[in-house]
Design a protein around this ligand. Structure first.
Ligand code: GLC
Ligand code: GLC
Length: 811
């Protein structure tokens, strides 16, 4: 069952039934100011950091689901409704929510009165702009009240949701005409405030929540709205809000547009006040002046569309299947921008107060984003590397506002450092900007202790070399990519953190996954050294990599697949010897991507085992058989019921590793089959089962051992976005940036006839046409650049600004 449809020409998903199986959200904002918005106008806003600088309040896991947001209420002769259906939930004659690139349009109609609200964050603006268009479609005069509503958060979202003894006495606002200023804590150490305004004279307002709602009412029935009478309340403590009241009359056919702005302002400390208790409003007034008319908003919408035209134009596909086009050209790339911006901080499953930017996550997110805005990717690489320790190890996460590492979920996840090499390698291949390696970058954010980025990368490499275990495999530390395989943590205490408790004495557990990763990204390090003329460095690295390959051959192969790890007691994890968890996906993907076993048949065997044991209707599960008992020595993994999350869930992040492995083994049909299974637009028809948005990937789909296979959770913020884009664009469609050009190597289903890709690369445009006259899965028979036949499979870098025709004939 579907709840809407794609409108590809507008790059929108159009929801036509407000009762989606879960709130279906969108993100507004591309730079510093962000909002999360649901299809019924729920959600919240923040500046840079969803925990430390939250502007509006939101209650997660609320009852009913998704209560609280940027609401509008209409009261016409006692009939009260909201354009987005919620919170009032009056049945609408017509409802529609259009989630687009950086904006959402929510529209409702009752008795031929139509209200359409456009929510957006303009480029370069620290605020959310809302344009509401009210249209009288009937032939009689209408007279009604419009109320706006937002609830302020007292900035630190964690404190806001827990420290009521203080917070109920600190709230402060100021009111000038139609503008409500939220200034809690501004009198002391904060130098920022927020405001909510409308471009018209108002007929009333409220800033105190209980006065507006009535203490015992929900958002669905505020007293002020029901009675068409604002209280003109001035909040002192308790819960400050902002609500405007406008009385509106519309002649038959008449339309009226209003502009609301929710803004964020920072003021230099010396200019904070104009007089005692009176805040300096000049910066807010400047912001407000920019959005005085509906036309101002329309211009900002055009600019936003242009911004996305440019970003998405870097990689555009023309393929016979529209589902694939919309995934590649629109939604997957859009999601990559979102994961780049938010890492794992704020979604409808990440509360914004837990994890900030993940070290490993952000490095991986970058590979799906670097082609869009390479400058920001560059800055991000430096930010991440700045949190690294001198010995090459890393904090597991850092806070977006301060950019400082924190060990709230521990550190010493021993795969972390290697992901930095992946990010740097992909950045240089995309941009050719070798200068990044000479940047001086601090350790642990200590500006007095810096080294070149090259040195950081080298420390990442040697962190593995310096931390080998009894089999000479890499020590796993707290965990590797799988946060829940905590082999040095033996927890029998309820509530103890699996990520910070490390009580396996000596911590000798080892990871075959990191071994594969070391071969893969170690090789990237070696190649970078060679390119830089550091031959000696490269030679030494090559020696370590060769040694690691031997160790994997000796201790990493189980007979039909790659072993996953060795536990604290030296026993194999992910081996046929075990009763449950005989095979894990991660080491298959990583070892084969590293090329291990491709020549001697082991890769094929391992991939066949994946197909046989891990694959199911909805994707590839993480391990099999699922754990049915809690295994103390494995940490968190078997704490999950079978079929969910890291215990045999379809953890979509690592499915593309198998897709890529299949392409390396030349099997385009299998790669495509895996891709299609989890690719959101192909799942639209099963939206009621899948539950999460049909336009973005989710972290996890319940696996074959779960109670409800196919049901997804954790949409949006997942490495799945970057990895699937990487797999489809670079390995299946086969267009890979390389140091000296674009490498072309499609590995596709044998029945495909061909496709076209427009790729912008290093300033030039390449119009690539792939044809498959012999219906093969892989192999480039002929390659032409502007009519001239090329040797090999790399298109050289063409002059910036040029447009080039590339013909690829497979065979
Ligand atoms: C979560 C984490 C990611 C980890 C994965 C598997 O998605 O963000 O870092 O690799 O879980 O445990
Ligand atoms: C839990 C989750 C895992 C996530 C981790 C982050 O263990 O299962 O997916 O990466 O928390 O701390």
């Amino acid at each position: 069952m579907k709840y809407g449809h794609f409108d590809d020409s507008k790059r929108e998903y159009v929801i036509t039934n407000p009762r989606t199986p879960y709130p279906w959200i969108n993100y507004l904002g591309c730079e510093d100011f962000f909002s999360i918005i649901t299809n019924t106008a729920g959600g919240y806003s923040f500046y840079k950091d969803a925990r430390l600088r939250r502007l509006t309040r939101y209650r997660y896991n609320n009852v009913p689901v998704d209560d609280g947001g940027k609401y509008f209420y209409i009261n016409e002769n006692g009939k009260v409704w909201s354009p987005g259906w919620k919170p009032v939930k009056t049945e609408l004659d017509h409802y529609e929510c259009r989630h687009g690139m950086g904006y959402s349009i929510v529209k409702g109609e009752v008795d031929q009165l139509e209200a359409e609200v456009t929510y957006m964050v303009p480029i370069g603006y620290k605020g959310e702009v809302q344009k509401i268009k009210l249209t009288n479609q009937s032939d009689r005069k209408r007279s009604f009240s419009l109320f706006s509503f937002v609830e302020w958060c007292l900035w630190d979202a964690l404190d806001d949701g827990s420290n009521f003894q203080r917070n109920f006495s600190t709230g402060q606002v100021e009111i000038v005409d139609s503008t409500i200023y939220h200034k809690t804590e501004y009198r002391e150490r904060r130098d920022h405030y927020a405001f909510y305004t409308v471009n018209e004279k108002i007929d009333g307002l409220d800033t105190d929540r209980d006065s507006f709602l009535g203490l015992y009412n929900g958002f669905d029935a505020p007293d002020a709205v029901t009675e068409r009478q604002s209280r003109n309340s001035h909040a002192h403590g308790w819960s400050p809000i902002a609500s405007h009241h406008l009385q509106i009359e519309l002649e038959p056919g008449e339309e009226k547009q209003l502009v609301f702005v929710l803004g964020y302002v920072e003021v230099p400390v010396e200019d904070k006040f104009v007089e005692n208790q009176v805040i300096n409003k000049a910066p807010a007034e400047q912001m407000i002046a920019q959005f005085q008319t509906a036309a101002d908003v329309d211009r900002a919408m055009d600019k936003l569309a242009k911004f996305w035209d440019d970003l998405l134009s870097v990689y555009q596909l023309e393929h016979p299947e529209e589902e694939l086009n919309r995934a590649v050209n629109i939604w997957n790339q859009y999601q990559c921008m979102v994961t780049f911006n938010f890492s794992r901080s704020a979604s409808f499953f990440e509360s914004g107060i837990g994890r900030g930017m993940g070290f490993r996550d952000s490095n991986q997110d970058l590979i799906g984003f670097v082609h869009q805005v390479p400058d920001r990717a560059r800055e991000r690489i430096i930010d991440i590397a700045s949190t690294q320790f001198e010995d090459g190890s890393a904090y597991h996460q850092y806070q977006p506002l301060t950019k400082k590492g924190n060990d709230a979920v521990g550190s010493n996840f021993n795969d972390d450092p290697l992901w930095l090499i992946l990010a740097i390698d992909e950045y240089i291949k995309e941009t050719g900007d070798w200068s990044i390696l000479e940047e001086m970058v601090p350790f642990d954010n200590d500006e007095s202790n810096t080294a070149t980025l090259f040195e950081h990368m080298k420390r990442s490499f040697y962190h593995v070399v310096n931390n080998l275990g009894p089999h000479k495999l890499p020590l796993i530390g707290r965990a590797d990519w799988n946060d829940c395989l905590n082999l040095n943590c033996h927890s029998e205490t309820p509530g103890e953190s699996f990520q910070t408790t490390e009580n396996g004495e000596g911590g000798v557990a080892e990871s075959v996954f990191i071994a594969g990763m070391f071969v893969l990204y170690g090789d990237a390090f070696e190649k970078l050294c060679l390119k830089l003329g550091k031959d000696k460095e490269a030679e030494v690295a090559a020696g370590h990599i060769a040694d690691m390959k031997k160790v994997v051959d000796q201790h990493g192969w189980d007979g039909e697949w790659f072993i996953r790890a060795y536990d604290h007691y030296g026993e194999k994890v992910g081996s046929d010897e075990q009763e449950e968890g005989k095979i894990f996906i991660e080491s298959q993907g990583m070892c084969i991507m590293a090329g291990i076993g491709l020549e001697d048949g082991r890769a094929r065997k391992a991939l066949d085992s994946v197909k046989e044991r891990l694959d199911c209707e909805y994707g590839i599960v993480l391990n099999n058989p699922a754990f049915t008992k809690y295994i103390v020595k494995y940490g968190e993994i078997s704490s999950y019921p079978e079929g969910y999350k890291e215990n045999a869930g379809i953890f979509c992040h690592n499915n593309p590793w198998i897709m890529i492995s299949e392409t390396l083994a030349g099997n385009g049909d299998a790669a495509w089959d895996y891709f299609r299974k989890i690719c959101p637009p192909y799942l639209e028809e099963i939206s009621d089962l899948h539950k999460t948005e049909p336009y973005v990937y989710s972290q996890m789909i319940a696996g074959k051992d779960a109670q409800k296979p196919g049901e997804a959770k954790n949409s949006w913020l997942t490495g799945t976005a970057a990895w699937n884009f990487y797999a489809i664009s670079q390995y299946i469609l086969g267009i890979r940036p390389d140091f000296d050009g674009l490498k072309i190597n499609p590995v596709i289903p044998g029945k495909w006839e061909g496709y076209k890709v427009t790729r912008k690369f290093r300033g030039a445009t390449y119009k690539i046409e792939v044809t498959n006259p012999a219906f093969v899965s892989s192999g480039v028979k002929e390659l032409f650049l502007n009519g001239a036949k090329l040797e090999g499979t790399v298109i050289p870098i063409c002059e910036a600004g040029s447009e080039n025709m590339v013909k690829v004939v497979m065979g």
